[in-house]
Design a protein around this ligand. Sequence first.
Ligand code: BEZ
Ligand code: FE
Length: 291
Amino acid sequence: MRNLNEETITQAVLARNHDMKDSRLKEIMTSLVQHLHAFARETRLTEEEWAAGIQFLTEVGQTCTPTRQEFILLSDTLGLSTLVTAQNHRKPPGCTEATVFGPFYVDDAPDYALGDDVGNGMAGEPCFVSGQVRSITGEIVPGAKLEVWQADAEGFYDVQRDGGPAQGRGRLLADREGRFHFKSIVAESYPIPHDGPVGRMLDAMGRHPWRPAHLHFMVSAPGYETLVTHVFREGCQYLDSDAVFGVRSSLIADWVAHPAGRTPDGASSDTPFYTLDFDFILNPVGKETIA
Ligand code: BEZ
Ligand code: FE
């Protein structure tokens, strides 16, 4: 193949991919090449713009570390993560909806007993969280595993701070009735990391980097689709402009403010505190609905 030009280059690349053995890889690469070329044609991309894009992606890669995943931030802020989550978690109405995973989960968070303080010394107003895990078919889900993670009152996850203990994250098992309760701090809105190329991109696009206040959950139990979701705080100013497009109305809950006094664990708080009660409704494996 020689003398390729703007009319013939796309077909030439696709023809070169003809012998690809992995059929799914072939489908993905064919579509990717077609869409990339269509994008360059539609926008009449200049050489300077192409070079700026290469430079941007280079910086995104260079910003990644074991605790900073700039490519996930890029996917999240372009809505790609929400699209992929939505099309892979179609569920019957009434199930708790899934939302973006985000970059701050760690898979070896400490184990806690029901009632423990998952905040583990994290600064912030106390919050007592409770709920029940049930199936969409009505049964309770005994012993479901709940993994929770959240930012501190200044908007940072423990992994964003150098060293130190795990704070604001942990694993708990629901009881025989599927019920769970733990103590933590009340979630506050926070900006996604915006001191890198994705932050500069948002700035150039006239967008803010803020996420509405939320608590992350991963809920799993044998026989059920694992649920990755958040519970958002009613009244938060960023609910309709989440930087990563993760808000779903069904995931917004009242985080009820209480004056200082007796707390749900039977103790007493000198300061005001919050309670949050939220049930998770799981989908049995194989019950996905086709949209
Ligand atoms: C988070 O909620 O932890 C998060 C999600 C997407 C991007 C950055 C942070
Ligand atoms: Fe978060």
